[in-house]
Ligand binder design. Structure first.
Ligand SMILES: [Zn+2]
Length: 246
């Protein structure tokens, strides 16, 4: 179950691998874990979607926070774990990757967008809440001046919002469908850096396992699927990837 040589052999045999990643792979890139102690949610009251839509003060508060975080998001570097999945892709073994992270680091590692399911959205994009136009976040955030109010769509005047799933906002049905297809099509799922407790996203590793795929879990803490998985490694991702390379 925690035999790295057996995991390597399974990795070699697998042809349709799907990655499932959570905050643990990005903390090693300097992105704070939103849910852990000292994480951002400890410091801020969240802005719910209905508040964002109804209240300019809440919108400004929301954008102020994004603006404060933007430099860190923009300049964050990929970790060895992001590169591990990119290498699987380069070897034609990676069918897709479902991520709970919104930091855009899988894109930065070079994974094409069509391989990725950003199940909780991405901070690298800004979406118009009216016409659904999507643009790179740097166009809005690099020189964001909030003195004249929250930013608006240049095409229709609608409200702009980072293209992430806010509190009180539903996940995107197409993304859930794509994630489900991946879970049902893979022969191995590698869940890395996720505690596998945030649903519905965390349901996909179980679905893959129930459908006959091997399930590997690599994360520092225990997960509800540890007893179900074929491989479980409780250690730092970076350490694990190093061991894997040796
Ligand atoms: Zn618009």
């Amino acid at each position: 179950m925690n035999d790295i040589d057996k995991f390597k052999a399974a990795l070699d045999r697998s042809e349709r691998i799907v990655g499932f990643t959570g905050a643990g792979i990005s903390t090693e890139s300097g992105i704070p874990d939103y849910r852990s102690q000292g994480g951002i949610w400890d410091k801020f009251q969240p802005v719910y979607l209905d508040e964002f839509l109804a209240d300019e003060d809440k919108r400004l508060l929301y954008w102020q926070r994004k603006k404060a975080l933007w430099q860190g998001i923009r300049d964050a570097r990929v970790s060895t774990t992001h590169l591990f999945f990119k290498e699987l892709y380069d070897s034609n073994k990676l069918l897709g990757l479902i991520t709970q992270n919104i930091d855009g680091l899988h894109e930065k590692s070079g994974l094409p967008k069509e391989v990725l399911v950003n199940i909780h959205g991405t901070n690298l994009e800004v979406i118009c809440m009216q016409c659904n136009d999507i643009n790179p976040a740097h166009e809005t955030l690099d020189d964001l001046d909030l003195d004249n109010g929250a930013p608006l769509c240049t095409k229709c005047g609608g409200l702009l919002k980072p293209n992430t799933i806010s509190f009180g906002q539903s996940l995107v049905p197409e993304d859930l469908e794509r994630a489900q297809d991946l879970a049902l099509s893979c022969d191995m799922m590698i869940a890395a850096g996720s505690t596998l407790v945030v649903h519905p996203a965390a349901a996909f590793p179980l679905l893959a396992k129930q459908n006959g795929a091997l399930l590997a879990i690599i994360t520092q803490s225990d997960t509800p699927l540890d007893n179900t998985a074929d491989f479980v490694f409780h250690e730092k991702l970076g350490d694990f990837i190093d061991r894997l390379g040796n």
